[in-house]
Design a protein around this ligand. Structure first.
Ligand code: DGY
Length: 331
């Protein structure tokens, strides 16, 4: 059998490349430190048996056509896979994999970091110091909101949502959550978490933290109506996917004081940010850093490489999104 052709669409950490180099694969790695343009991407994947993709690569019918019928797997180096048309891949028998688990703690850390930055006005304070604006301590200087005794509302109690809830508990917060299915009783008991509807959560939570995937159902889930249900002293945190929030509506709500503040790691049209948000002091903006630790990015890339190699060797994928086309995989 000829060596499988594995295409890596952008540079990934060396330990993952070493795994691929250590196999018999015919390896192609993009030499650009940028996302490939659509035409370049389609040319690169032509004839590939496996593609290791990044979250900015659009994997749709055109991509699958360009790759050809021999394509067996697409391994996204991300837990989110909204860049991939999974039904289209499944229809062609292409295994799609993601990287669950390995980025849970890093992403939860960033969510909690945003909670602290937003509620304690840390970004605002830093901007003030750097601007050279005179300041002095006084009783009412830059007062924020405390967390002790407040309620965090977790929207989507998966692995990352649970990890954020655990952190919030250690800050003395009460946990409310909303999700399609109830959490395991042990998880609810551990977190003393109360399940409620989204509307109830929006009305009660002091912090609303989003931890759900992007899909047609969740696009703009948090728009003007949802923001209008939140308390005027509440904060919105988004480390999930930008389009879950209607950025224009959020900028409006923040400007009009409908909610107290927000912390965003992800944006509707990355890398662009709605100009209305850039003008505001009460929003913390960080550039999609959820999984950005050396350890986490290495673990993500290694998992993606192992998935690509497993499928190429005719073995079950480790973390398939569509296990129905990966014989032997556990759903
Ligand atoms: C993911 O894995 O989906 C993250 O957004 C990457 O940081």
């Amino acid at each position: 059998m000829p060596a499988p052709r594995i295409v890596v669409t952008r540079r990934i950490p060396e330990p993952a490349l070493d795994l691929l180099r250590g196999s018999d694969a015919d390896l192609w790695i993009s030499e650009h430190d940028r996302p490939l343009e659509t035409g370049e991407l389609h040319q690169a994947v032509s004839g590939a048996d496996a593609v290791v993709s990044l979250l900015h690569d659009r994997v749709d019918d055109a991509f699958l056509d360009a790759a050809g019928p021999q394509l067996r797997s697409v391994s996204n180096v991300a837990v989110g896979y909204d860049n991939i048309d999974v039904p289209a891949a499944t229809a062609r028998g292409v295994v799609v994999t993601n990287t669950p688990g390995v980025l849970t703690e890093a992403t939860a850390d960033i969510a909690m970091g945003l909670v602290l930055m937003a509620t304690r006005r840390l970004g605002e304070g830093e901007r003030l110091m750097r601007s050279g604006t005179p300041w002095s301590w006084h009783m009412f200087f830059m007062l924020g909101s405390g967390l002790q005794g407040k309620t965090i509302g977790i929207v989507g109690l998966g692995g990352i949502g649970r990890a954020v809830a655990r952190r919030a508990r250690s800050f003395g917060m009460r946990v409310a959550y909303t999700s399609r299915t109830p959490a395991d009783p042990e998880v609810e008991a551990e977190l003393e978490a109360e399940r409620m509807t989204l509307d109830e959560l929006l009305a009660q939570a002091d912090i609303v933290s989003l931890h759900l995937p992007l899909s047609e159902e969740t696009r703009h889930l948090i728009g003007a109506e949802a923001l209008g249900r939140m308390k005027s002293d509440a904060y919105l945190i988004n480390t999930a996917r930008g389009p879950v929030v209607d950025e224009a509506a959020l900028a409006d709500a923040l400007k009009r004081g409908e909610i107290a503040g927000a912390g965003l790691d992800v944006f509707e049209n990355e890398p662009d940010v709605h100009p209305g948000l850039l003008e505001l002091e009460n929003v913390v903006l960080v550039p999609h850093l959820g999984s950005a630790t050396k350890e986490t990015r290495t673990a993500m890339a290694e998992l993606a490489a192992r998935n690509a190699l497993a499928v190429a060797a005719g073995e079950p994928a480790l973390t398939p999104v569509n296990p129905e086309v990966s014989p032997g995989s556990r759903p």
